[in-house]
Design a binder for this molecule. Structure first.
Ligand SMILES: Nc1nc2c(c(=O)[nH]1)N[C@H]1C(S)=C(S)[C@@H](COP(=O)(O)OP(=O)(O)OC[C@H]3O[C@@H](n4cnc5c(=O)[nH]c(N)nc54)[C@H](O)[C@@H]3O)O[C@H]1N2
Ligand SMILES: Nc1nc2c(c(=O)[nH]1)N[C@H]1C(S)=C(S)[C@@H](COP(=O)(O)OP(=O)(O)OC[C@H]3O[C@@H](n4cnc5c(=O)[nH]c(N)nc54)[C@H](O)[C@@H]3O)O[C@H]1N2
Ligand code: SF4
Ligand SMILES: [Mo]
Length: 740
């Protein structure tokens, strides 16, 4: 354990010695002394597992996957299986804390909730009086995906206040928008139908780590004869078990998809009857693909032309054919048009609406929560403005003015470690005139920079409802145990803040169950998938499948597409207001076009991809000792050719740098990554890393081509042995200042 972590734990120990004032959940919400409580895994993961918590005398003593759930199938992933370690971790935040030293000094005094809430309200009233509510911004993202604790708590109170909002996404809004523009909705097949597939393209997606419960379905299909193709620059765990692995250069997938379509059209492997009947713009798309012959696409992607032609022929002749991706593929400057091209592909071969075929992106569009019940926006002042969530550092350091941001409230997010261009975020958060509150389960890199830290409950201590994005069952989460120490849920804190601010609208103070009931009741008439789905049924069953009129429902089988034309929009007029070509196209990301000069030894930059780590969900869990031990020292994978040219030996410490910053990582020399590409998983805490930094000191906060998407992977870096003479790198704020 490093010095900072030790000091921090020491502080917790002294906190623990002071008298605790537990805030029990209402008795009616807690289970009997010995019982099994149904819940949902709250993390940002397509699987949304159904969990069972064994409770004895008010303590959770067991945590497991529900054996009766068709997707969870009785097991949890490596990261969430030891969840009770997280819930009962000795370093859980227990009490509200007020900063006692300089910002980031990690010196705190314990205060009561009454003091904390009064002080926050007082500071905010002062900011509002001087600058208006737009000077305050909440920052939350994916700590929990619950409807109440994740979404409603991020909206109602803040809209009522008239605070600044964030828009865009750190994660996956380009794909969501592209899919919606193309086929009309984020609807995806039932995983059980994958066994009907004869060809499965897993594109820029690593479900062995990121959606592990999909893997048994993939395996079953493969055993039954399906040919599995993984398209990923990295040889991932998923790629290892595939029948074929294509390794495009990063961010060239749009060209690859258009190249596949080129071959399909050129060799008349497209389904013309289906295209005529069900799409708009197919002839224009065909015209566009003429610009992408295999030789050109080979030059762009680095994939041999014969392999491109062979895959196109296979895709045109093997049916049913499924195309699966999730969110990692789009974190590039051209993520939007890339996902547009991918979304068009199944239509070209007439595979949409076919059992075992189609597009498997997300199931989240099957249930649309009623916007008014959700937010009560009609009773709120207009939203004053929004800035892109990727640009927190820029916003805090001068990009957002008039009024400037003076109050920041972070919850369900760890931006210093998880959002791009971290040093800029730290620079902003160190501003003396900024008042920051962080509501957290742990003393994260972000919490360390707060003025006030509030302790948050975990999923076992709160009520929620979860709608998954990778499967098709709603999941109710009962509170299994009382909040530990003085932890409070996001919704409970929202209610306290509303009271202190004098906002007395009942919809800011309702009990959790009443909020969920209100949203369910308002949404049911507009969603056939919610037919018969009541709060009581959810509470009793835990798991409730989406109510499809036909239990064997295949998305789009009726040929109805909720797009403006009612058809698949291969040509999308609706994308024009986003400033994009109505037809998919390939444009290299700006970061790559601008380039990065060779280093002082003449070496060109590498593209650094920082996708999912196997044992964490972004930075969540990346402070749990056993999982940290499994993941090992923060590392970077680099190809033997690139390593040799840079005099890097396996196991060397290397400095990874660009104009935004640098970090130190351990070199893993492997041909799992192709030459020109390096991989270092996301998720590490700077305060727990030897150099007090992580990969996000390097990542761009530029936004992609569509809908404010993040561009983490369009990231050019230099890699050098740590011992070598280092170039002048501007000294940027690090966690060193705040962690030591
Ligand atoms: N274990 C674990 N599970 C997770 C998460 C985690 O951190 N850890 N995070 C969760 C979250 S927040 C999300 S959004 C999902 C994401 O789920 P995925 O999309 O499956 O995960 P990623 O690792 O982000 O990206 C998938 C793959 O995209 C590849 N890739 C990157 N750039 C390109 C490219 O240009 N072209 C191609 N073809 N491939 C590319 C990467 O090498 C990576 O293997 O996973 C969720 N599940
Ligand atoms: N380099 C790089 N960075 C990336 C990505 C990448 O591909 N590369 N991927 C991005 C993606 S896909 C995503 S989704 C984002 C995720 O970024 P974030 O949304 O910031 O997710 P986490 O890092 O997991 O941090 C979530 C925090 O919420 C806290 N939390 C959990 N539950 C609760 C709760 O109920 N209440 C409160 N108050 N707090 C809670 C957890 O303790 C944790 O510290 O990261 C992005 N970061
Ligand atoms: S992170 Fe995903 S796979 Fe793991 S338990 Fe949660 S929902 Fe299941
Ligand atoms: Mo994500």
């Amino acid at each position: 354990m490093n010095a900072a972590a030790r000091r921090h734990n020491g502080k917790k120990a002294s906190n623990a010695a002071s008298p605790s004032r537990p805030t029990p959940a209402p008795a009616s919400r807690l289970p009997p002394p010995a019982s099994v409580v149904r819940g949902a895994c709250p993390h940002d993961c397509p699987d949304t597992c159904a969990t069972l918590v064994d409770v004895r005398d008010g303590r959770a003593v067991g945590f497991r996957g529900d054996p009766d759930h068709p997707f969870t199938q009785g097991w949890l992933c490596a990261k969430v299986r030891p969840y009770l370690d997280r819930v009962y971790a000795p370093d859980r935040l227990q009490y509200p804390l007020r900063r006692a030293g300089a910002k980031g000094s990690d010196e705190w005094v314990r205060i009561s909730w009454d003091e904390a809430i009064a002080e926050i309200a007082d500071r905010w009233q002062g900011i509002i009086a001087a600058h208006g509510p737009a000077a305050i911004v909440p920052y939350s993202f994916s700590g929990t995906l619950g409807l109440l604790q994740g979404s409603v708590a991020a909206v109602r109170f803040w809209k009522r206040m008239g605070a600044t909002e964030t828009d865009g996404s750190l994660c996956g809004i380009a794909a969501e928008t592209a899919v919606k523009l193309t086929v009309g909705a984020s609807w995806a097949p039932d995983a059980r139908d994958v066994r009907h597939s004869k060809l499965i393209l897993v594109w820029g997606h690593n479900p062995a780590s990121t959606s592990p419960h999909f893997m048994p379905f993939l395996r079953d299909a493969q055993r039954a004869g399906a040919h599995v193709v993984v398209i990923d620059p990295r040889r991932t765990t998923t790629a290892r078990s595939a029948d074929e692995h294509l390794r495009p250069r990063p961010a060239t997938d749009g060209a690859l998809a258009l190249g596949l379509m080129h071959v399909l059209f050129a060799e008349s492997l497209h389904d013309e009857a289906w295209l005529r009947e069900n799409t708009v713009g197919w002839e224009e798309l065909r015209e566009r693909t003429m610009d992408y012959p295999p030789d050109r696409v080979a030059a762009i992607t680095g994939i041999p032309a014969q392999q491109i032609v062979a895959l196109a022929r296979r895709y045109g002749t093997t049916k049913p054919a499924l195309l699966k991706f999730t969110d990692g593929i789009q974190r590039h400057g051209n993520g939007g048009q890339t996902c547009r091209a991918l979304s068009c592909l199944p239509a070209v071969v007439g595979q949409i609406g076919v059992r075992g075929g189609g597009l498997y992106y997300s199931t989240s569009g099957y249930i649309r929560w009623d916007g008014e019940a959700f937010s009560h926006r009609s009773e709120c002042p207009p939203t004053p403005r929004a800035f892109n969530i990727n640009r927190l550092g820029a916003a805090l350091t001068g990009e957002v003015t008039d009024p400037p941001l003076m109050g920041l409230y972070v919850f369900s997010a760890n931006p210093v470690a998880a959002s791009p261009n971290s040093s800029r975020i730290i620079e902003g958060m160190l501003r003396d005139d900024l008042f920051t509150v962080v509501h957290e389960q742990f003393m994260t890199d972000t919490a360390r920079l707060a003025d006030i830290v509030l302790p948050a409950t975990t999923q076992l201590e709160q009520v929620d409802l979860h709608r998954p994005y990778g499967q098709r069952h709603l999941q109710y989460n009962h509170a299994a145990i009382a909040p530990l120490a003085e932890a409070k849920s996001n919704w409970d804190v929202s209610r306290l803040l509303a009271k202190a601010m004098g906002y007395d609208e009942p919809w800011l103070h309702d009990e959790p169950e009443e909020v969920l009931r209100e949203i369910l009741d308002a949404s049911r008439p507009k969603n056939a998938t919610l037919t018969g789905v009541t709060l009581e049924r959810l509470q009793a069953a835990g798991t409730v499948p989406f109510a499809f009129p036909d239990p064997d429902h295949v998305p789009f089988a009726d040929g109805v597409f909720p797009t403006p034309s009612g058809k698949v929009e291969l040509r999308s007029e609706a994308i024009v207001p986003f400033g994009l070509d109505p037809l998919p196209e390939y444009i290299p990301p700006a970061e790559f076009t601008a380039g990065l000069d060779p280093d002082e030894t003449g070496q060109p930059p590498l593209v650094l991809i920082s996708g999912a780590a196997h044992h964490f969900v972004t930075t969540s869990m990346a402070n749990q000792p056993k999982l940290l031990a499994k993941e090992g020292t923060p590392f970077i994978e680099i190809n033997p050719e690139d390593a040799a040219a840079r005099y890097i030996a396996p196991g060397d410490d290397v400095i990874v740098s660009n104009a935004r910053g640098w970090c130190t990582l351990r070199a893993v020399v492997t041909d799992d990554v192709p030459a020109g590409v390096a991989v270092s998983p996301k998720g590490r805490w700077a305060s727990l890393s030897p150099d007090r930094r992580n990969v996000n000191w390097l990542t761009p906060d530029a936004v992609a081509d569509l809908a404010g998407q993040s561009t983490f992977h369009s990231n050019l870096v230099h890699v050098r042995p740590a011992g070598a003479a280092q170039p002048e790198i501007e000294v940027e704020p690090t966690m060193t200042a705040v962690a030591d």
